[in-house]
Design a binder for this molecule. Sequence first.
Ligand SMILES: [Zn+2]
Length: 296
Amino acid sequence: MKMRPVILALFALTASAVAVAQQDFSKVEVKTEQLAPGVAVLFGAGGNIGVSYGEDGTTLIDDQYAPMTAKIQAAVAALGATPVKFLVNTHWHGDHSGGNENLGKAGAIIMAHDNVRVRLAAGGTIAGNAVPPAAKAALPVITYAEGLKLHLNGEEVRVISVAPAHTDGDSFIHWTKSNVIHMGDLFMLKVSFPFVDRDSGGDVRGFVAAADKVLAIADDKTKIIPGHGVIATKADLQNHRNMIATVIAKVEAGIKAGLTVEQIKATNPTEGFGVNPKGFISADRFVETVYNNLKG
Ligand SMILES: [Zn+2]
């Protein structure tokens, strides 16, 4: 059952803006999973949502698509939480920030990396699809280059930015006491190979660096919220990190040996890591992206 929203979300990323607008969100159910006292994850249509709630108010990490807002607000209320006070975007993609305008108008204070605001305000192109500039209410009002510390509900929640990876404005969020980490699309658990959004300044090498940063603070009990997919462990993240580093090394060696991208693909450099080869980013598309990325 958890696969369905993921497929929906990944479909939306590839479909045209029109097709996304025509998606039937009315049938999407938001599922809630409690990760620690005052920390939960919401699965719906789009990127997974992290929730911190308690006496200091409710903070969301990402907010899926605009038509999902009412269902997300209902899921937050069902936790016994107050309405959303703060909102952090892990990056600018619409399946993670599409609810910004609704929540901004409802009074939430939106926070994100500097480049998230720049890209939302300007609009752009994602996977070949034009994205119009966002409304003013959708824009982050607090932005940062390195990160933030939120002092919420009995713990320090760190928002940490990383070097360009999925985009040039990625952050992950670390609940230091609850031992939960939300990685946005720096990590998609097995449902797809990584999406290196080069139009948004992404770089595949940044995925390895970001994974290393998280692996350095995670332990065997850490609950990792991937951008898409079910809750993951440190071992899952290690596998993801090894997969990307392996593909980079193999593609690099192929380039040095003078192989074409087709010849490199024929060596199956992505095999053996349990990632769906036909996901939103297929194995072949990932190898092509890594090839072009490394060739500069
Ligand atoms: Zn994304």
